[in-house]
Design a protein around this ligand. Structure first.
Ligand code: NAP
Length: 264
């Protein structure tokens, strides 16, 4: 039985993660971290399943009290980083779904996980279809190096571009020589018109109510285009990936950044 704590249980992702953990036979929901309901039980929070699971506002107090194996963090980029560090320092294996980690952050957490011989997973995208989209894009970029990434998310998302778009660009960069796309004399008459530049390829971020998480990777070549698209229609689409991460994090002793390293 894997004992799991969820941070951010009232959020859109957190709610689904609570249900997923409760529905999974080999998982036990040991506690939740919620800054607004310290000392209550999960069932006392409006809209939550009627379970007598303890709620803590302080992660360290939570780790000491319920001794979980895994922390699933679904809060926000700033808090996710803090929680990840605290988890590792307290011998809890983090599964982090919040995005916004810089290369330096990942390096620091990686060192901490290794020194503790603890598994840790940062998954900018838990949707298994999105992982396949990234892998297929990397395959295509080898033969079609001109590419633009268009990512679309709901308008409550805090960071741009999305972690998935950045990760896609990084995977493409591994197989594609850096090249500036578009006309060599191209000029933006309105700043930002061409999006963010990653090694000469562009990422465009759209934010609208009604969207969940969507990405299209568009390749252009002689007389042809190729579009690889993934759509997450709801937050449940992420839960098979969260479940997989909670299982796999128990088997490793290092930090893994991205579910693509687990889905081979
Ligand atoms: P959301 O609905 O806004 O939920 C965020 C939750 O975090 C809220 O319950 C909020 O509670 C809590 N929270 C915020 N700041 C906190 C803090 N300082 N301490 C403790 N709890 C805090 O957002 P969401 O759509 O569920 O997304 C949550 C995170 O997952 C975001 O970072 C998002 O980018 C990420 N995400 C990841 C994936 C993936 O596949 N990896 C997919 C979708 C979303 P309050 O009411 O107290 O503010």
């Amino acid at each position: 039985m894997t004992r799991i704590v969820i941070a951010g249980p009232r959020g859109n992702m957190g709610k689904e993660a609570v249900l997923m953990v409760l529905e999974t036979d080999h998982f036990e929901l040991a506690g939740v971290i919620d800054r607004k309901h310290d000392g209550m039980t999960l069932g006392q929070i409006e809209g939550m399943p009627n379970e007598s699971i303890p709620v803590f506002d302080d992660p360290v107090r939570c780790f000491e009290a319920v001794k979980p194996d895994v922390l699933v963090d679904l809060t926000n980029p700033e808090t996710g980083k803090v929680h990840m560090k605290l988890a590792l320092e307290n011998d809890v294996r983090p599964v982090i779904g919040t995005t916004g980690f810089t290369e330096e952050d990942v390096e620091e957490m990686s060192g901490l996980a290794e020194s503790k011989n603890l598994g840790a997973i940062i998954a900018p995208n838990f949707a298994i279809g999105a992982i396949l989209m990234m892998k297929f894009s990397q395959m295509a970029a080898r033969y079609m190096p001109d590419v633009e990434i268009v990512e679309q998310h709901h308008d409550r998302k805090l960071d741009a571009p999305s972690g998935t778009a950045v990760k896609t660009a990084q995977l493409i960069s591994e197989v594609r020589e850096a090249k500036k796309q578009g006309h060599p004399d191209e000029e933006e008459t309105i700043q930002g018109a061409r999006g963010a530049d990653v090694d000469g390829m562009h990422i465009h971020s759209l934010r609208l109510p009604g969207l969940v998480a969507h990405q299209e990777v568009i390749f252009g070549g002689e007389g042809q285009t190729l579009k690889i698209r993934h759509d997450s229609m709801n937050r449940r689409s992420f839960m098979p990936g969260v479940r997989l991460a909670c299982e796999e994090v128990m088997k490793i002793g290092v930090l893994v950044y991205g579910l693509e390293h687990i889905i081979e």
